[in-house]
Design a protein around this ligand. Sequence first.
Ligand code: ASP
Length: 326
Amino acid sequence: MNRRKFLDKSYLGLTTILVAPEATFNLRNKGNIHISKNPNIYAISTWNVPEANMKAGKVLENGFSAIEAAVKGVAYEESNLLNTTVGMGGAPDRDGIVSLDACVMNHTGNCGAVLAVENITHVAALAKEVMEKTPHVILAGKGARQFALEQGYTPENLLTEQSKKAWKKWLKNGNYKPEINVENHDTIGMICFDSSGNLSGACTTSGLAYKMSGRVGDSPIIGSGLYIDNNVGGAVATGLGEEVIKTVGSFLIVELMRNGLSPQKACEEAVSRILEKQKGKPNFQVAYLATNKNGEIGAYSIQKGFSYSFYKNKVNKNIPSNSAYK
Ligand code: ASP
């Protein structure tokens, strides 16, 4: 047999092995979960955000879609001046400028995102407009702001006196270190399940406090901060966005659920993918929250202190999550 024929034969043999029908791992399966029955409507959000989560729950109860509920729910935190990691009142970058990031994804797999937007409070709603009214998925910076103005959004000063004071203190105090869970990580990632049995989500943040100008984290990146597959489930992330992006956390979780993992196990595996690249205990937080089409929910974080909000049957609960480090 000449070399060419040998290579052809070996290649064919190899192909046969790779696509053998007995292969159990079906990359295109519709989700390896048995959907027993449609659960009742529910909303879940990262962190203890009762008002936002209840707002979403009420919108769902009024018969609106999951995407409407998610955008209206997170809007509460975008307006909440006490939340220094989302919307108006969010911590600025090193130059004292507040810039916001957000994305949305609906049950059809359509999505929209805005990155590094200044002067606009309701960036999740704006991301939804990008999804619905433009041929694009992402608008960034000046273009996103311009689009917002064209849609009738009023430009606002997002830097509150309190955030300005904290930033000035940070400027003076060169050795500032962000505190895990408390100061820097309250991004709201929300997933809603509506009465038509559809899942959608939204994720909105001001990003890391005192970030470099132009820095964008995971939150507005589809697949990192948020991912929805209406056949399988959805996932959202919070914490140090750079580490979530490197492992495409939310997409990973949904794919793991597609192949049979529970939301809890999928979140744990996504955290492990980050930890296996670290030497010892990292000094940052990453947390995931996920749900599947059976209404099962999972959450897991690197550091202790993460919790999520869960609204169902008119009741909102804050549920503490397990973590890799106690
Ligand atoms: N994930 C956000 C970011 O990296 C931060 C956060 O969760 O608060 O921008």
